[in-house]
Design a protein around this ligand. Structure first.
Ligand code: SF4
Length: 259
């Protein structure tokens, strides 16, 4: 089954371990712990560059390449991230840049790769407009307004733009949020559920338990089906595998198709 980042890309590139955004649902932190790359979950918020990945030359992959997949592009790794993107582009790749974006990083990327913009597709992860929800689930990540302004900047700079509403943290506001972001999206708006909650979210306080319960309740099948019926005719909207499984859509059969 093609799922997760494989729906979007044939290859996944990263250049550091750790991420200051420290999302409570972070799949990469769980993977890093399993592989022994960090000693504890609290180590995750520190950025450690992997020099070999930064210096590595890049081949032409046979399809869209995603960067990054297990961290984000932040001020602490911006120079290294620019080098990685540059090498991917020089090899002729189409690069999907995925980020909870900060204005300064996106401006730098737009300025630096303006002439290669046809090879870049931005995908900004915007999971909610609600500041309480964002600061709870993604405590170190930029606020909604900064993500929106980053999206506007990339769009106005002539880059292809897309948004990932995965994990969807506020189902009740998804349609309203799409109305606000849609004018600045040229490619697609992907929607997906919060997956594998038991494995990824540490329920350490009653507050976390209540938030998890709120999300579980929101993403019940009947609510997902209602959302699908409300949005399915919108040409930019695409459904991640977690929603295709609920509404009965066929799953992707090939990685990197991004459709
Ligand atoms: S932005 Fe991505 S890599 Fe960073 S903490 Fe959040 S989920 Fe993990």
């Amino acid at each position: 089954m093609i799922s997760g980042t494989r729906e979007w890309a044939v290859a996944e590139i990263n250049c550091n371990i750790g991420c200051p955004h420290d999302c409570r649902y972070c799949y990469a932190r769980v993977a890093a712990l399993k592989k022994g790359l960090i000693d504890s979950g609290s180590d995750w918020s520190r950025t450690r560059i992997i020099e070999a990945e930064v210096e590595s030359s890049r081949p032409l992959y046979g399809g869209q390449v995603m960067f990054p997949t297990a961290h984000d592009i932040v001020e602490d790794n911006l120079d290294e991230a620019l080098q990685v993107v540059s090498r991917l582009l020089e090899a002729g790749n189409k690069v999907l840049i995925v980020s909870k974006p900060s204005r300064c990083c996106i401006k730098e990327i737009c300025d630096r790769f303006s002439r290669q913009r046809s090879q870049i597709l931005f995908r900004f992860t915007i999971t909610s407009r609600n500041s309480d929800i964002l600061s709870f689930w993604e405590p170190g990540a930029p606020a909604y307004q900064e993500r929106l302004e980053s999206l506007q900047q990339a769009f106005k700079s002539g880059f292809q733009t897309s948004v990932s509403i995965e994990p969807m943290l506020d189902l009740e506001d998804v349609q309203g949020m799409i109305g606000e972001i849609e004018p600045y999206v040229s490619h697609s708006i992907w929607i997906g559920k919060l997956n594998r909650i038991e494995e990824r979210v540490q329920i350490v306080t009653p507050e976390v338990a209540a938030e998890v319960e709120r999300i579980r309740h929101q993403q019940q099948d009947r609510n997902i089906i209602d959302l699908y019926e409300a949005l399915n005719e919108r040409p930019l909207v695409r459904w991640k595998e977690s929603i295709k499984l609920v509404v009965g859509l066929p799953l992707a059969t090939e990685s990197g198709l991004d459709i």
